[in-house]
Design a protein around this ligand. Structure first.
Ligand SMILES: Nc1ncnc2c1ncn2[C@@H]1O[C@H](COP(=O)(O)OP(=O)(O)OP(=O)(O)O)[C@@H](O)[C@H]1O
Length: 303
């Protein structure tokens, strides 16, 4: 049994659409239109998509916060509709970092509080909080009030909270939004560590570079269903994305840059170096990014 199995999930919302200045009419929004994907143990799955693609609706259904209209899903082997308690015990949820923490309580007190809500006794909650504060590099700030925490510290505390009951599955909705590069790197390293410990991770993100680094599998979601899925490198290959080669050449007294896009950088580089007339001052080869894959997949709607 996989960690998460989503099968043909559909979800509609009743909403209103403006007509003219004051008029409005009822419409139906098809948020999910047959979403299927699997997450294996020890794997991170990246759900990528433009605004309104259905990412949050998917996370909410897989967390039992919303019911699907059609289709089914299991998390840790439990059904999201008929076994919501078991599903909730199986997941740790990292939403926008400010949600739910008590500003005047310290990081440690907040964690102990949430540990008790999950049914840990006082000494279990205390020792789990100490362990997680250490893991998140927050031991020095453990007894400072939450309101004094920086954004990076808040994100780390919210990951600690998601892990307090040691869930096997973790969902993170845009965990590194607003973080500086050092803090977001430390969050990525932590996610790699959690994977090594066998946890299954679902990551939604607009930071495609982050998804590329952390995720084993990526699903590109658009219009409420996955339109492309695979390892980040597979997706790049399937889209036929091109590498960019830039060669700086001194021609006479001026520096010129040759720029070529190619699917086969080694062959193209050999060809270019054979043809260049002048002194080569620098060579840069840039890999296609997942960002380019994402834009291409969404605009092509290809499978
Ligand atoms: N409670 C709701 N009532 C009506 N429509 C909703 C509701 N929640 C979501 N929707 C609609 O469902 C669609 C999918 O929304 P969702 O929030 O899942 O997208 P998303 O991929 O998470 O977007 P974003 O990246 O902007 O967070 C959108 O068209 C959205 O407007």
């Amino acid at each position: 049994m996989g960690a998460v199995e989503a099968r043909e999930i559909k979800k509609r919302f009743a909403a209103f659409e403006r007509t003219g200045l004051i008029g409005r009419r009822r419409i139906v929004v098809n948020a999910l239109t047959g979403l299927s994907f699997d997450i294996r143990w020890g794997e991170a799955y990246g759900l990528l998509g433009p605004n309104g693609a259905g990412k949050s609706t998917a996370v909410k259904i897989l967390s039992t916060l919303l019911l699907p209209d059609e289709g089914s899903a299991t998390v840790n082997g439990f059904d999201v509709v008929s076994q919501p308690r078991e599903v909730r015990r199986s997941i740790g949820l990292v939403l926008y970092p400010d949600k739910g923490f008590y500003a005047r309580l310290s990081g440690r007190e907040n964690l102990v509080y949430f540990g008790r809500l999950y049914g840990l006794n006082k000494s279990e909650a205390d020792s789990r909080a100490t362990e997680l504060l250490k893991l998140m590099d927050l031991s020095n700030a453990a007894d400072r009030p939450y309101e004094e925490y920086s954004l990076g510290m808040r994100v780390r505390l919210s990951i600690a909270r998601a892990l307090i009951h040691d869930p096997p599955v973790i969902y993170l909705d845009e965990p590194t939004i607003g973080l500086d590069p050092i803090s977001s790197k430390s969050v990525r390293e932590l996610l790699m560590e959690l994977k090594k410990n066998g946890k299954a991770i679902l990551l939604t993100s607009h930071n495609l570079w982050e998804v590329e680094e952390v995720c084993d599998e990526v699903g590109i979601i658009n219009g409420g269903r996955i339109i492309m899925e695979g390892e980040p490198s597979e997706i790049k290959a399937r889209l036929g994305l091109k590498y960019v080669i830039e060669i700086d050449v001194n021609v006479g007294s001026s520096l010129r840059t040759l720029r070529v896009e190619t699917k086969d950088p080694a062959a193209e580089l050999r060809r270019l170096l054979g043809e260049v007339n002048g002194e080569v001052k620098g060579i840069k080869i840039r890999e296609p990014t997942l960002e380019e894959a994402f834009v291409a997949a969404v605009s092509n709607g290809r499978n």
